[in-house]
Design a protein around this ligand. Structure first.
Ligand code: GUN
Length: 291
């Protein structure tokens, strides 16, 4: 079994981006500028957005955090999105999800200019991804693709089972793994909460990508011997013994599943750090106007 070290791969990618930014500065070009919009004070979202902003600083990007109160109206948030679309100083931006329930998240996502949509959530960009055209690939799936590439894991002709059909992870992941490219060329089964006999499906997976958000749901008997297991889950469970008051748990029962795998990602330190590196990569693409 080989452990996939997402932290190390993410650091390597961020180092490459940092070098690129230093080159841009040397040539007196403007450096990429990412903005992040956060509505409300959800603890996990606050952490994620702060990590994204901190990562920008580390590679030399400019970053702007726009922290708005929970009670902001949909119209006010739409005005903020419009302002970011029109601001030539901002190359790309994200609106952190989930949004409060009184705001229609689809309406907000669809108002983001596709050219600045570094999350890759806008229908134009999802459509481009489905057609295999160059676009912003959502950060988590892009991070997973980069991990598979880094470890030179073979994908052609393999059976890939994705659990979860979210627009952020499962759906784009299934498109990427089935495309005619490397990584890709898999036969993909996209499973979800209504899938009958899920364990039967997961046991057929050469590559299993778990993105269902249920801590330690994937047990040893659900995994084929020699499978590659990618754990996207990152649930906070209360733990009084920790200074933070919580522990992070993946969707995979790591201790029992790991001995069966050829490769596995840990939580934390697997997919998580890669999502940040992927977002930086998309921001660089946005600044270079290559997508
Ligand atoms: N919430 C969880 N993951 C993401 C992400 O990748 N982008 C945004 N905007 N919100 C998220």
């Amino acid at each position: 079994m080989r452990l996939i070290d997402g932290k190390a791969v993410a650091e390597k990618i961020q180092e490459q981006i940092k070098e690129k930014v230093a080159e841009m500065r040397l040539q007196s070009q403007r450096v990429p500028h990412l903005a992040a919009v956060l509505v409300g004070n959800d603890g996990a979202s606050l952490t994620y957005v702060s990590n994204k902003v901190r990562a920008c600083e580390k590679v030399g990007f400019r970053s702007t955090l726009i922290h708005l109160p929970e009670y902001i109206t949909e119209a006010e948030l739409l005005a903020q999105v419009q302002a970011l679309n029109e601001n030539p100083d901002i190359d790309g931006y994200i609106v952190q999800l989930p949004l409060p329930s009184h705001i229609n998240a689809k309406k907000i996502t669809y108002a983001i200019s596709p050219d600045k949509d570094v999350d890759g959530f806008h229908p134009t960009n999802v459509g481009k991804l489905a057609l295999g055209l160059p676009t912003f690939v959502p950060a988590t799936p892009l991070g997973i693709i980069q991990l598979i590439e880094h470890y030179q894991i073979s994908t052609e002709g393999k059976h890939c089972v994705v659990i979860g059909r979210s627009h952020i992870v499962g759906l784009p992941m299934s498109l990427l793994m089935s495309r005619n490219a490397y990584p890709g060329n898999c036969t993909v089964t996209l499973t979800h909460s209504r899938t009958a006999n899920l364990a039967e499906e997961t046991r057929r997976a050469d590559i299993l990508i778990a993105a269902l958000g249920k801590p330690e749901f994937i047990k040893a008997e659900m995994v084929k011997e020699g499978a590659v297991v990618i754990d996207v889950g990152i649930t906070r469970l209360p733990d009084a013994s920790k200074k933070s008051g919580f522990v992070l748990k993946g969707d995979v029962a790591f201790e029992e599943v790991a001995p069966r795998c050829s490769y596995i990602t840990p939580v934390p330190g697997g997919v998580g750090p890669m999502t940040i590196a992927a977002l930086l990569k998309n921001t660089l693409l946005a600044a270079e106007k290559v997508v």
